[in-house]
Ligand binder design. Sequence first.
Ligand code: G4P
Length: 295
Amino acid sequence: MEELKTIQWFPGHMTKTKRKIESQLKLIDAVAVLLDARVPYSSCNPDLRSIINNKPRLVVLNKCDMADPTETKKWLNHFKNNNISAIALDCKSGKGLNAFIPTVRNVLSDKLEAWKAKGMTGRTIKVMVVGIPNVGKSSFINRMSKQNRAKVEDRPGVTRGNQWFTIGKGFDLLDTPGVLWPKFDDQSVGEKLAYIGSVKDEVLDTETLAGRLLEYLKNNHADPLCARYKLNREDIQNLRDYELLELVGRKRGMLIAGGEIDTERAAATVLDEFRNATLGKITLDKAVEYPNVRI
Ligand code: G4P
């Protein structure tokens, strides 16, 4: 089995993004950190905390429609226990979006009180939206904009090219200036991001990836795996990645000329079914395994 060594994370670009974000911090009141609810640890850039420094922040666990609801609750509790406001939502259906503005107001309650005391009640609240590619930043901003009949405005005094969106009366969102790449020290983070499709398939061998995913699911989520592909736990006990892929292909009748198993097709099916949650609502990063995640 080939190693998944082709994942590249462009660390040089991070320095540029870091500078850009830092230069915009003075324009905003809070930062909304979008994480993928299926991988809250792996989709969290570990540098972010130092980049946003002491700006008020909140966590948005997006794509919760595809995550295990029990795990999502545990992650919300995890953040709450660490005094970080967090909400779970799903930009596909729009579920949970209503909680966003009230949560930001809550995070900024001291500041809003101070504004009020100074007679600045009409002042616009500005929130920067950050997150790694594919986590759903555009979907989130679009949803929030539409929901609140927003219009994009040019603001005097603000650097050109910044994407500001008015999402409600006195409430603006700023799209991330630059690309916040994920960063990881251990291979498993890269693999999980590849499983969920945040890393483009072109840079990876899909059969290797699907085989790894099957082995991971066998070890961690055997029930939905066996149910979906009509497998027996005993039968798969001693099988490894590629062998599991072949078995799924055989079970699905994916054969090519000569009776060989079409593992390429099987891989595409497995990845597709995992990524659109046909295989089940599966959370890959369990809160209990990552007690040190902070934003
Ligand atoms: P980004 O700006 O952070 O890079 O992410 P973007 O909004 O482009 O979203 C990446 C993909 O994730 C999109 O799918 C989007 O539809 C999907 N997505 C975003 N939020 C959610 C969510 O809460 N639930 C689900 N199930 N999917 C979500 P795509 O396949 O790239 O495009 P398309 O399906 O929209 O055509």
